[in-house]
Design a protein around this ligand. Structure first.
Ligand code: CP
Ligand code: NVA
Length: 301
C-alpha cells in the first residue's frame, strides 16, 4: 500500500505523458547549451542506491546534482542497513524524509515499486531487471539532435529483448517512432511490454529485416549484469545478431548506430561499427547528463 500517491516517480517512461516527455527533451537541449546556467537545487540532495555496477548512471546523476547546485549521496548495500536486511519499506520511509529524490539501480523492478510506494520523495529508476528509462531519455535526445526529430523514424533493435529494449518499446509509443525488434528465439522482449506499446513495436523475422531502411540501429550486450553465468550459451544463441558493416548497410546510408554502453567489441558489435562514422555512442553517453538534469528539474522542483 502506498504512503505517498501524489508525488511524481520515474520508474518507467509511461509514468510521464508524451507532452511532458517532449518538453523534457527540449529542456535537456537548452540545459546542454547552458550547462552551468541554473542552480535551483542549492541545499537539495539525491540519494543514489546502487546494487549493481555503473559508470554512466552514477557519474551523470552525481554531476547533474552538482551542476544544479545540490548534492548526491552514493549508497551501496554493503554500506547501508539494506545489505543487512532492513526492510525496503522502512529504508524508503527514512531516506524519503531526508532526501529530495532517490535514484535506484537494482535487479528488481518490484522492489523499486515498493520503495516508491513508501518514499515521500520522488523515485527514479536508474536501471532495473525490467526497464532502463533514463537511458531512453538520453537516446531520444541524441536521435533528435542528429536527425532533427524522432517521430515517424524507424529504429531497429538487434539482440536481447532486455531492460533497454523494453524502455525502447515504451519510448516508441510515447515519442511516436517505429521500433523493429530482432531477437533470437527465446530472447524476445516481454510480451506484456510489447502489447502495451501497440502498433509502435513490431517483431522482425531477422536482424537484416529489422535493419532494412532503418534510421537508427541499436544493440546492447548479450549478457546483462547478473547473467554472466549464461555468457557462453548466449554467445552461441546470439550468432547472427552481431551488428557489423554488412548489417549497417541494410539500414539507410545516413543511419545512426547506438549502444547504451558498456560495449563488448567483437560480440554484439564490431569495432569498425562502434568506432565508425555512423556511431553516436559518445554523444549518447554524454546526453545521460543533460537528459537527467531536465528530469531532476521536473521531478524535484
Ligand atoms: N548505460 C548505462 O547505464 O551505463 P552504466 O551501467 O555505466 O551506468
Ligand atoms: N542491459 C544491460 C544494460 C547496462 C547499462 C544490463 O542490464 O546490464
Amino acid at each position: 500500500m502506498s504512503d505517498h500517491k501524489s508525488k511524481p516517480d520515474f520508474l518507467s517512461l509511461l509514468d510521464l505523458q508524451p507532452v511532458q516527455l517532449e518538453a523534457l527533451i527540449e529542456r535537456a537541449r537548452a540545459m546542454k547549451a547552458d550547462r552551468r546556467g541554473v542552480r535551483p537545487f542549492v541545499g537539495r540532495t539525491l540519494a543514489m542506491i546502487f546494487t549493481k555496477a555503473s559508470t554512466r548512471t552514477r557519474v551523470s546523476f552525481e554531476v547533474a546534482m552538482a551542476q544544479l547546485g545540490g548534492h548526491a549521496l552514493f549508497l551501496s548495500p554493503d554500506d547501508t542497513q539494506l545489505g543487512r536486511g532492513e526492510p525496503i519499506e522502512d529504508t524508503a520511509r527514512v531516506i524519503g524524509r531526508m532526501c529530495d529524490g532517490v535514484m535506484i539501480r537494482n535487479d528488481s523492478h518490484a522492489d523499486q515499486q515498493t520503495f516508491a510506494a513508501h518514499s515521500q520523495a520522488p523515485v527514479i529508476n536508474g536501471l532495473s531487471d525490467l526497464l532502463h528509462p533514463c537511458q531512453l531519455l538520453a537516446d531520444v535526445l541524441t536521435i533528435v539532435e542528429h536527425k532533427g526529430k524522432i517521430d515517424g523514424l524507424t529504429v531497429a533493435w538487434i539482440g536481447d529483448g532486455n531492460n533497454v529494449c523494453h524502455s525502447f518499446a515504451h519510448a516508441a509509443k510515447q515519442f511516436g517512432f517505429n521500433l523493429r525488434v530482432a531477437a533470437p528465439v527465446g530472447y524476445a522482449p516481454d510480451a506484456a511490454v510489447v502489447d502495451a506499446a501497440g502498433a509502435a513495436v513490431e517483431l522482425a523475422d531477422s536482424a537484416n529485416a529489422a535493419c532494412d531502411g532503418a534510421d537508427v540501429v541499436v544493440t546492447d550486450v548479450w549478457a546483462s549484469m547478473g547473467q554472466e553465468a549464461e555468457q557462453a550459451t548466449r554467445q552461441e544463441d546470439f550468432a547472427g545478431y552481431q551488428v557489423d558493416a554488412a548489417m549497417m548497410a541494410k539500414a539507410k546510408p545516413e543511419a545512426l548506430f547506438m549502444h547504451c554502453l558498456p560495449a563488448h567489441r567483437g560480440e554484439e558489435v564490431t569495432t569498425d561499427v562502434i568506432d565508425g562514422p555512423q556511431s553516436v555512442v559518445w554523444d549518447e553517453a554524454e546526453n545521460r547528463l543533460h537528459a537527467q538534469k531536465a528530469l531532476l528539474e521536473l521531478l524535484l522542483k
